[in-house]
Design a protein around this ligand. Structure first.
Ligand SMILES: *[C@@H]1O[C@H](CO)[C@@H](O)[C@H](O)[C@H]1NC(C)=O
Ligand SMILES: *[C@@H]1O[C@H](CO)[C@@H](O)[C@H](O)[C@H]1NC(C)=O
Length: 252
């Protein structure tokens, strides 16, 4: 029995290898690798206006938060008023969407690699709370646009996005007949409308009152854990690898 522990050791080594290959440890409190994100989240005392809820832990700098409140900000040269002036009640949702995109450190579970010139990662299917999508849609239905997917297909000849000649301006409601059409179509499926409600701890809130902390932390934890469990059901054994108890087990 001198070498009786050998199979167990091999099992442990195998499990450790498989786990560390699959088990992403960087799903929580992370910043996406994109155009303006900081490399790591941290406190930002001077965040501007609608982005202030993220000031305790943010992926955006103060200057980014300021810039994204402007019409045709220098961040992306993107013009919201491409079919006449966007109404203020609508615009505030786009600003909030930008704040979440640039500032949130809680979207790790939905980061995916992409092959784009201006960023290496994107968000995919972030479960947006149904009310946040609903109010975005309701406040924008009477503003105007010319496209359903704002991620691509613009005429950039002038340096800012303009409607391609064949894309006529109509109301948001014309191009986005439902809240889901807006929230999911707009940025090429960055969001997926959740069936969960604000406060459920199961969907990402674009709007929140920082007096009660950032509700998206809990949401990210929940989905990160669910993804981890799905990818590596034996993940808890990993913690044991460090423990002397395990060594005793290996040695029989
Ligand atoms: C793009 O916009 C320019 C003017 O900025 C215009 O001359 C051109 O025809 C447009 N092209 C398309 C495909 O919309
Ligand atoms: C969504 O939620 C409603 C009520 O909260 C429920 O009746 C419905 O079955 C849910 N739909 C899905 C697809 O889970």
């Amino acid at each position: 029995m001198a070498w009786g522990w050998m199979p167990r050791l091999l099992l442990v080594v195998w499990a450790a290898t498989v786990c560390s290959a699959r088990d992403r440890t960087d799903l929580l409190s992370v910043c996406m690798d994109a155009k303006h994100h900081k490399t790591k989240p941290g406190p930002e005392d001077k965040l501007h206006d609608q982005c202030t809820p993220w000031k305790k832990n943010a992926c955006c700098s103060a200057s980014t938060s300021q810039e994204l409140h402007k019409d045709t900000s220098l961040l992306y040269n993107f013009n919201w008023n491409h079919c006449g002036q966007m109404e203020a009640k609508c615009k505030r949702h786009f600003i909030q969407d930008n704040c979440l995109y640039e500032c949130s450190p809680n979207l790790g579970p939905w980061i995916r690699q992409v092959d784009q010139s201006w960023r290496r990662e994107r968000f995919l299917d972030v479960p947006l709370c149904r009310e946040d999508c609903q109010s975005w849609w309701e406040d924008c239905r009477t503003s105007h646009t010319c496209k359903t997917n704002w991620q691509k297909g613009w005429n950039w000849t002038s340096g800012i996005n303009e409607c391609p000649v064949k894309a006529a301006c109509h109301t948001f409601e014309f191009y986005f007949p439902t809240p889901a059409a807006l929230c999911e179509g707009l940025w090429d499926h960055s969001y997926k409308v959740s069936n969960y409600s604000r406060g459920s701890g199961r969907c990402i809130q674009m709007w929140f009152d920082p007096a009660h902390g950032n509700p998206n932390e809990e949401v990210a934890k929940f989905y990160a854990e669910a993804m981890r469990a799905a990818a590596a059901p034996w993940a808890p054994t990993r913690a044991l690898l460090l423990s002397p108890v395990l060594l005793l087990w290996v040695l029989g």
